[in-house]
Design a protein around this ligand. Structure first.
Ligand code: DOR
Ligand code: ZN
Length: 336
C-alpha cells in the first residue's frame, strides 16, 4: 500500500509552551489534526479558570490567524490546596481533564502532589463531575526503568478510593503498564506516543547520545516497545494516540542538564504509519489515531480526511527552533 486515507486524527496530549515559541509549535501541532489536547505545565501553570481561558485564547488567536480549523481541548494542573471550587471552575471553563503530575516527575512538576491523598478533595470533585483524570504515571524516586511500574500501585489506590473516576494513563512506555491497562476496568484508558512505538533506549544512547529523544518516561526496551505496538494495533478502544510532542529550544537540548521532551509534532503521523506498516496493521491506524481517543473523550468524528503517502522525506536537523525527533533521518510516510 502506498496511500492511506484516514479520518482526521486527534492528538490527545501535546505541549505548546508559551511566549514567542508557541506560534510555531501550535501550528505544527494543529496541522492535519481535528483536535489537540493541550497540556497545562507552563509557568505559571494552568491551574485556574482564568489561566485556562487566557491560555486557550492565546492559542486560538494563533490558529485563527493562520486559518487552522484544529479544535482545542484544554486541561488544567492539579496542585495540592487548589480546592474543589477551583476544579469546578476549570471544568466549567471548558477543561476536559485534570492533569496529575507527581511532584518532581518531569518538566515544571515541582508543585505537583507527592501522594494522591494531597489532592483528595480535588479528585472527589472530578469524580462527581464525571471528568477525566490524566496521569503522568511515574514514581519520581524509583530507578529510571521502574518509575512507571512503581506508579501502578498509586493508580490502584486512586481506582479503589474513587470508584467512578475515569483515568487516562499518559504516554505508556512499558509492557507492565500495558498489562495493567488491560487488567483494569473500562474506566481506565491510556495514551501512547509515536516515539514510544518507534524507538527504544538503544536509539537514545547507542549511536552517540541523541538528546532529541530524551523524554519522560524514558524510552525502554524492545520487549516494552513490542507490547506497546500490540496494544496500539489491537483495536482495543482503551488505547489511543497522544503524541506528547514536547518541544524544547535546540540550545537547551544541546546543554546540560538536558530537558526531557521530544518534538514529534512534525513526524508523528509518519512514525505511526511506519510502525503500523511494519506490523502489517495499516488498516488499524485510523482506529488508533482518529477513533479511539474520540470515543474516550466523547468527541465528534472528523468530517474531513487526510491522506498519508508513502514517499520518503528527510526530517530537517532543526525545525521551529528545535531539534525534532528523527532529525536528519529519512522516514517513509508523509501526511498531505
Ligand atoms: O518528556 C517529557 N516532556 N515528558 C513530560 O511528561 C513532559 C514533557 C515536557 O513538558 O517537556
Ligand atoms: Zn506530556
Amino acid at each position: 500500500m502506498t496511500e492511506l486515507v484516514i479520518k482526521k486524527p486527534n492528538d490527545l496530549h501535546v505541549h505548546l509552551r508559551q511566549g514567542d515559541e508557541m506560534e510555531g509549535y501550535a501550528l505544527r501541532s494543529a496541522e492535519h489534526f481535528e483536535h489537540m489536547l493541550v497540556m497545562p505545565n507552563i509557568k505559571p501553570p494552568v491551574a485556574s479558570a482564568k489561566a485556562l481561558a487566557e491560555y486557550r485564547r492565546k492559542i486560538q488567536d494563533i490558529l485563527k490567524r493562520h486559518k487552522s480549523d484544529c479544535k482545542l481541548l484544554m486541561s488544567f494542573k492539579l496542585i495540592p490546596g487548589m480546592g474543589s471550587d477551583t476544579v469546578r471552575e476549570c471544568l466549567r471553563a471548558g477543561a476536559v481533564c485534570a492533569k496529575y503530575y507527581p511532584a518532581g516527575s518531569t518538566t515544571n512538576a515541582d508543585d505537583g502532589p507527592r501522594h494522591p491523598s494531597e489532592i483528595a478533595e480535588e479528585l472527589s470533585e472530578l469524580e462527581q463531575a464525571g471528568f477525566v483524570l490524566s496521569v503522568h504515571a511515574e514514581a519520581p524516586d524509583s530507578p529510571e526503568f521502574s518509575k512507571e511500574r512503581d506508579f501502578l500501585s498509586v493508580i490502584e489506590y486512586i481506582l479503589t478510593r474513587y470508584p467512578n473516576l475515569r483515568i487516562v494513563v499518559e504516554h505508556l512506555s512499558s509492557a507492565d503498564a500495558v498489562q495493567a491497562i488491560l487488567d483494569w476496568p473500562e474506566r481506565v484508558g491510556a495514551s501512547i506516543t509515536a516515539h514510544h512505538l518507534a524507538y527504544t533506549v538503544e536509539d537514545l544512547v547507542s549511536d552517540g547520545l541523541d538528546s532529541s529523544l530524551y523524554c519522560k518516561p524514558v524510552l525502554k526496551t524492545q520487549k516494552d516497545r513490542e507490547a506497546l505496538i500490540a496494544a496500539a494495533i489491537s483495536g482495543n478502544a482503551k488505547f489511543f494516540f497522544g503524541s506528547d510532542s514536547a518541544p524544547h529550544p535546540a540550545a537547551k537540548k544541546l546543554c546540560l542538564p538536558v530537558p526531557a521532551g521530544t518534538y514529534t509534532a512534525p513526524v508523528r503521523l509518519s512514525l505511526l504509519a511506519e510502525v503500523f506498516e511494519e506490523a502489517k496493521a495499516l488498516n488499524r491506524l485510523e482506529f488508533f489515531a482518529s477513533t479511539a481517543g474520540a470515543l474516550w473523550y466523547n468527541l465528534p468524528a472528523s468530517p474531513q480526511a487526510i491522506k498519508l503517502v508513502k514517499e520518503p522525506w528527510r526530517v530537517p536537523e532543526t525545525l521551529d527552533g528545535t531539534i525534532p525527533c528523527a532529525h536528519g533521518k529519512f522516514i517513509n510516510w508523509q501526511a498531505q
